[in-house]
Design a protein around this ligand. Structure first.
Ligand SMILES: Nc1ncnc2c1ncn2[C@@H]1O[C@H](COP(=O)(O)OP(=O)(O)OP(=O)(O)O)[C@@H](O)[C@H]1O
Ligand SMILES: [Mg+2]
Length: 359
């Protein structure tokens, strides 16, 4: 997206998320996709528990680079070229209208000229990309073009961090696109394998959630929301007087008093429900589309909350399940794969980035 070399070598997918660095190397053969290597390394900030989010404005390039280096070493991958993503609040999108007959270069020139009208940043501080979304509703001689932009500084910082880890970035993508790419691996779980079906994929992470809507194997809508499992951890801290680390551990181990389910967990799961509902409603509003949602798949660390898929299904009334890419991807024999069942739902973005090697 923001940086894209034409000839693609095999790429190491790196999800520099708020709780950890996740790296994945994949291969593709006649047998399909295979995870050759993967590694997850907690970020020092979270490991220490004194800084709750990864803040790119104050990011310590040196220590984050070292964390990536450790994650890569753990994974055993020897790849040196990486694909990385920008997501959440760091992405600005805008829909613009351009004449249909323009070719890609002409569109790019037009967008460059009017960039400051759409993105409230000095043009020299912006990295952007665009894609044609389809004919404009009110004027068929025009097309709707989705402009996706980020601060150049966010791209530069990611590259600096990778350099410290001994890697170079070949692709800087958008998280929602990476999630969408990995969603190919979820088609076996979809009704009719996704053909002519509308499926929502919601990745609930620690600080933000990425939601994608796919119709008939194509991404039709995506959104990032500042919502994630960190809010649940903070609520546990407040309610039971625990430290961030204790709260995080007890939520994952399920070792909290019986009041937890009703008093703390259900209100949090209700928020997950609300985010999925809002997302679908926004899609309907922007597309004046009444197509019924056929399925919801949830991923990210919050999808590991016991019973959460059933809870969402009950509240929304749409079949809901936890992502299981392992139905479509095999695993190279490596000892670290022992945790793959727990890790896999949190590796969607890293897998999607690694899959850029083939797409
Ligand atoms: N078994 C579990 N039960 C409840 N919550 C869990 C469980 N396992 C992980 N989590 C939570 O999931 C979150 C981490 O998920 P994930 O790895 O998807 O986030 P991330 O990608 O690092 O964050 P982000 O995408 O927001 O930058 C944490 O808040 C963690 O506490
Ligand atoms: Mg994430």
């Amino acid at each position: 997206m923001f940086l894209n070399s034409r000839k693609l070598p095999l790429l190491l997918g790196i999800d520099l998320s708020s709780s950890a660095v996740k790296v994945v190397e994949m291969s593709l053969s006649n047998q399909g996709y295979k995870i050759e290597h993967y590694g997850v390394e907690p970020l020092p900030s979270n490991a220490l528990g004194d800084k709750l989010t990864l803040d790119f404005d104050t990011l310590d390039v040196e220590s984050t680079g070292e964390t990536i280096r450790r994650a890569v070493k753990k994974s055993g991958s020897k790849l040196k070229k990486a694909a990385i993503a920008v997501g959440g609040a760091q992405i600005i999108t805008s829909t613009i209208v351009l004449p249909r007959e323009l070719d890609e270069q002409e569109m790019n020139d037009q967008i460059a000229l009017q960039l400051d009208q759409h993105i409230a940043l000095p043009p020299e501080e912006v990295n952007y990309d665009f894609e044609v979304r389809g004919p404009n509703r009110s004027d068929p001689t025009q097309v709707d073009v989705l402009l996706v932009a980020t601060r150049r500084e966010y791209v530069d910082k990611r590259q600096a961090v990778l350099e410290i880890a001994g890697l170079t970035s070949t692709i800087v993508d958008v998280e929602a696109h990476a999630l969408d790419l990995a969603s190919q691996l979820l088609e076996r779980q979809m009704p009719n394998q996704g053909t002519q079906k509308l499926v929502a994929i919601a990745d609930f992470g620690a600080t933000h959630s990425t939601l994608c809507l796919r119709y008939d194997h194509q991404l039709v809508y995506s959104r990032d929301q500042a919502f994630g499992g960190k809010l649940l951890t903070e609520e546990i801290m407040r309610y039971y007087g625990l430290s961030f680390e204790e709260a995080g551990l007890s939520k994952q181990r399920g070792s909290l008093p019986s009041s937890y389910q009703k008093e703390v967990l259900e209100p949090f799961m209700d928020q997950m429900v609300k985010h999925v509902k809002n997302f679908y409603r926004q899609y309907q509003e922007t597309n004046s589309n009444n197509q019924k949602l056929d399925q919801i798949q949830i991923g990210g660390g919050c999808s590991q909350i016991p019973g959460v898929a059933r809870y969402i299904e009950h509240q929304i009334g749409i079949p809901t399940l936890t992502v299981n890419p392992l139905l479509s991807v095999t695993l190279a024999n490596q000892p670290k794969a022992a945790h793959i069942d727990q890790d896999i739902s949190t590796l969607m973005v890293a897998m999607g980035l690694a899959m850029r090697s083939f797409n």
